[in-house]
Design a protein around this ligand. Sequence first.
Ligand code: AMP
Length: 217
Amino acid sequence: MRVLMIAPPGAGKGTQSALIAAHFGIPHIATGELLRDHVARRTDLGLAVQEYLDRGELVPDQVVLDMVREALVAAKAAGGGYVLDGIPRNMRQARAAYLVGRELGMTADVALHLDADDAEVTRRLLARAALEHRSDDTAEVIAQRLALYHEVTSPIICWYRDRGILVSVDAMRPAQQVGREILTALEAMRPLLDQGPGQARHPGDLATLGEAFGASG
Ligand code: AMP
């Protein structure tokens, strides 16, 4: 199972990615976590990206693309499945991730879109700020991250819809309920995905399934 997540900050991307990874026994590749780990360890990369994270801006594409290529190579050796959480954030990253996936023979099966409105995700992020003290969970930086999401990330949703791999889930509900719906949808797709490499899937199969499970459009 190869899944990539698209969601505004605070929609539950990290929580649901971890659930999917545990359920299918596949690696969870979270670019934000990888970057925060570099910052915490004060590596050269961490020092170079810290300001972007603190301001809620995107780090340069090539930095995350290099990290993700390395993680995908490791995921391939571990069986080929993955949950990509945090990338792509813009159209250039979407195309680049697709090309890396093609090169490694592991393009995404599903683009999972968690749909939640700004007021709800802001409320959740401010609640998280009280517990986790992330440098980017202040009201001002949250607003910046959301603006960026609407401007450069959400337009790529159409691209996945056109490719027939988009599944959209209403993430306004409690995490457990959202998680159950996601696993049901992914389990329903599994028989199609497990077909051998010689049996090419028709993208329409997934599009239809996506619609059955609430994909918009
Ligand atoms: P996240 O944990 O996904 O909310 O990401 C936290 C921060 O890490 C973002 O606000 C960006 O500064 C940076 N980041 C994570 N993923 C990416 C990416 N794919 N491209 C650029 N910056 C990223």
